[in-house]
Ligand binder design. Sequence first.
Ligand SMILES: [Zn+2]
Length: 492
Amino acid sequence: MGLKLYNSLTRMKEEFKPLEEGRVGIYVCGPTVYGHPHLGHAKSYVSFDILVRYLRYLGYSVTYVQNITDVGHLTDDADEGEDKLVVAAKKEKKHPMALAEYYTRSYFEDMDRLNCHRPDISPRATGHIIEQIELVKILLEKGYAYEVNGSVYFEVAKFPDYGKLSRRNLDEMLEGVRVEVSPDKKAPADFALWKKAEPNHIMQWPSPWGPGFPGWHLECSVMSMKYLGKTIDIHGGGLENQFPHHDCEIAQSEAANGVQFVRFWMHNNMITVDNQKMGKSLNNFITLKQAFAGAHERLTRSYDPLAVRQLILNSHYRSPLDFSDAALFAAQSGYQKITETVKAVRKRMSTAGQGQADKKKANQLKKMREKFEAAMNDDLNTSVALSVLFELVRLTQVLLQDGNTNVGTLNLVDVLFDRLGGDVLGIVKDEYPQAGAADDKVVDKLVDIVIQQRNQARANKDFAKADEFRARLDEIGIVLEDKQDVTTWRNK
Ligand SMILES: [Zn+2]
């Protein structure tokens, strides 16, 4: 059975075949960089990281494009309100570009800690203004758009397929339009391709229609086309972006190019925190930095970033996921169990003898791999895949308890941990720090404490005790040197 993915466009699981054999192009809507990434970002980008990792595991050459939105995303999706970046920049007293840079770095930092592979290309919207203006020109020439008072709008009535992804009718589309509709629009559902900037607007560029800035949806059409072509294999994003964002992308791209824009649309579901929608007003808005450090009143402890990753993998990407301290704690325990088992099997391998793999065990392991792949082939069912990894943990623990030293069998186990837990799920690392290895600063501090104790003993004329401190340190390779009143130390 080959890989099947749920296509939001057809609302069916379909067998995945790329346009060009062996190569896959993926575009995923990236973050709008005006704040630190939160748990919702983790759910979305871990889900698409799994997709990319699994396609690579299957042998595809994948080009993964994920944009950075640093202009044009307004506080209201219906073309009104202020630019989110400008609002945050004013608050933080930074230039919008400094703010974008700061939060872009923060985003990559947290995604690295979640062990998400970096996209191959991370294009910025502000770096593609020329291309965006070009697309607006094409849409005007083809009669899909109109200019009024320095702004350009897409005329929805000219594109009968508008809304085919979200399958909304016109009334439903307008439900989302909360603010007053601009009098410039011919119809309320029309959306902005280019917005006129007021003279004091900080982010603006010259254009054939006067100074302005691009509409939010435009960047994704332009950047996916530039890097992946007019028809792309897979486009991903959050469910909340299906409308209007993705339906607008389809309208712009297909009107301009006259060919299908995306073959597979994939959407991840949202997260809740303690069964409530995450929101600043509910005090359940948790950034990843807070989750890792345990620095939020809803959390009782700090969490390993890979425990957060594991919690996300516990549920299907199309299902909502509830974050809670208890759920994270359970995920962390599971993660530790996997980690300890991998470390133990690797340690055993270093002392194991010769030997071909045990046939029965090899067969059992082969079946596990097949089960894992079947789960992943079924629209990336990571929770079943993860349960197979735990079967592997149990089998390994039995092997270790039985004192198995057959290097052939142990090697097969390690390969499975590495390929399934590491390459695909991203929760098994290549290397773990050695148990007991403290970092240098901690060693410095500990030796200082011992030196202080020894000085105290000498001050009390308890020379036997002082000598004992010196001897004990000497045993672990640390030599004390007394010069005048100062004691220093060095490694033997
Ligand atoms: Zn997008």
